[in-house]
Design a binder for this molecule. Structure first.
Ligand code: ADP
Ligand code: MG
Length: 243
């Protein structure tokens, strides 16, 4: 359960989000909608602890106040936020990157003190590729270099599968994706849902919303919750925004 208590956010003393109160229940898929500039990305980045934002109020993850945690510690505690723009990093292979984040993550958890060998790790990862429409040639390429938008997102989703966070925040990850990549995204979101993850989906894509079992809808406007409700709100909003 992720609870925002009286959460206010500013950037360089400009208030962006105003006294937000909301609880994201475990296992629910929550869609956050709102026009550009309504504060969706600022909210996601503040939850993750981005240093650009001055935050007051508190953020509780399963009852633990994580507001003073570093982004790394929030990640270790179970939060995941997608990148807005996924950077290309020449000189690092995808497989090395994945093994490094896996070892760092689980070492911090003290779950497995013995890191898998590159060979064992690769076999583990290879099993995770087909549902994401990826093959093992991607593992040997430089990190995100020359990847299409859809391929970058698939590797990011592989990262989610690998690190197993409890709260997954996806900020407009559907933008620029082709139909095949959207379908994989949809399947993955349904899969996270079956795994009882909390999924916070920020999107403008009504086709995606129609095809996912969304439990709650939150409409942000000028850094405040304008409306909230169940998925029936989607139809209302669609007519309101596109009339
Ligand atoms: P959304 O994701 O809903 O489009 P954002 O969270 O990106 O909205 O932006 C919310 C508001 O914060 C906007 O008015 C935007 O101009 C402002 N904002 C975002 N980033 C910065 C920044 N680095 N400096 C100043 N204002 C910013
Ligand atoms: Mg945004």
């Amino acid at each position: 359960m992720l609870t925002l208590n009286n959460l206010s956010v500013s950037i360089q003393d400009t208030p962006i989000i105003h006294s937000l109160e909301y609880t994201f229940q475990n296992g629910e898929t929550i869609a956050i909608l709102g026009h550009n500039g309504s504060g969706k990305s600022s909210l996601a980045l503040s939850i993750m602890g981005h240093p650009r934002y001055q935050v007051s109020g508190s953020i509780l993850l399963d009852g633990v106040d994580i507001s003073s945690y570093s982004p790394t510690d929030r990640h270790i505690a179970g939060l995941f936020l997608s990148f807005q723009n996924i950077p290309e990093i020449p000189g690092i292979k995808v497989s090395e990157y994945l093994r490094t984040i896996y070892n760092a993550h689980f070492a911090r958890h003290h779950i497995d003190t013995k890191s898998p060998s590159p060979f064992v790790f690769r076999r583990m990862i290879e099993k995770m590729l087909p549902p994401l429409g990826l093959d093992s040639t991607f593992l040997d390429r430089d990190l995100f270099v020359g990847f299409s938008g859809g391929e970058k997102r698939r590797i990011e989703l592989l990262q989610v599968a690998l690190l197993d966070p409890s709260v997954i925040i996806l900020d407009e990850v559907d933008s620029g994706l082709d139909i095949d990549a959207i379908e994989i995204l949809r399947e993955q979101i349904q899969h996270f849902r079956e795994q009882k993850k909390t999924v916070i989906l920020i999107t403008h894509n009504f086709h995606l919303l129609d095809s996912i079992d969304v439990d709650r809808i939150v409409i942000l406007r000028d850094g405040q919750i304008e409306r909230q409700g169940d998925r029936s709100l989607v139809a209302d909003i669609r007519t309101q925004w596109f009339k």
